[in-house]
Design a protein around this ligand. Sequence first.
Ligand code: AMP
Ligand code: MG
Length: 314
Amino acid sequence: MTTLQTLHLRAIEADLNMAAQLLRNGQLVGFPTETVYGLGADARDGTAVANIYDAKGRPSFNPLIVHVPDVASAKRYVQWNNTAQILADRFWPGALTLVLPLRDGHGLSSLVTAGLNTLAIRVPNHGTALRLLRLADAPIAAPSANPSGRISPTTAQHVLDGLAGKIAAVLDDGPCKVGLESTILGLTPDVALLRHGGVESEQIEDALGITLTQSTPEKITAPGQMESHYAPKAHVRLDASNIEAGEVLLGFGTMNCDLNLSEHGDLIEAAANLFDHLHALDKTGKPIAVAPIPQIGLGRAINDRLRRAAAPRG
Ligand code: AMP
Ligand code: MG
């Protein structure tokens, strides 16, 4: 990976414009929210989203939260409903993430949702974040701006300590109000609390006039680990050095195959293509053989996802 000269930008007009332009050009930009500093990328750009995982050194693909400046923007990407409107009226901008079905023609990279047909979306309660989102005029995917396994960053310096050289810029607007993570609420269409966070479950119950079904602790702490992970219906065979009768081949590098994750053997490109290609091959109804993917860099996250796809299902 090439080393970047990470820009240290401030919350002034010229720098905000620069940060927005970088995002629109598919670059990664750290920016403040009311919870922690996020690592932002244009959610429509598969390569940019793959670079989030690469920069963080994340060993697996979890769906990411997309940040937008207002409800009107959210409606471009998800199927909105009355419950979402009530919650947005009361809690947005704020630490409540809503998981809603994707809208047709949403235009987002499938890596953002890790291949799911639902999207986690929120409007952050932070003036600088909102200005940046408006200027970028793009849906911004953003997990915390720290290397995987390290403490979440609450200052721009934390972001630089972990990611300098790997991201285009960090937008510095002082320390975050060390808040909690956002609460994640599924509305697909049943209302389900997927993660506890800044907005209390009692407040949500009050807003909706319902009692939330108690999710198991497992589901709450690891929403991405459960049924919320995309798995192809087809049988998947890994490290395939040959193709057997009736199979379709998902390739990597120069080879004859049905679909290629990256002819050039580029792991960023492969990550960006992974879920689209799996979906497309799954549609053939045939078993899927997958060529070996090197266990380096993003290859680890790709292999993690492929292993889950290949695991026997109960
Ligand atoms: P983070 O961005 O690190 O705060 O984490 C985002 C969380 O949202 C992860 O735990 C994801 O599993 C969860 N999440 C994102 N999208 C979805 C979705 N479509 N369905 C269920 N959970 C989601
Ligand atoms: Mg994190």
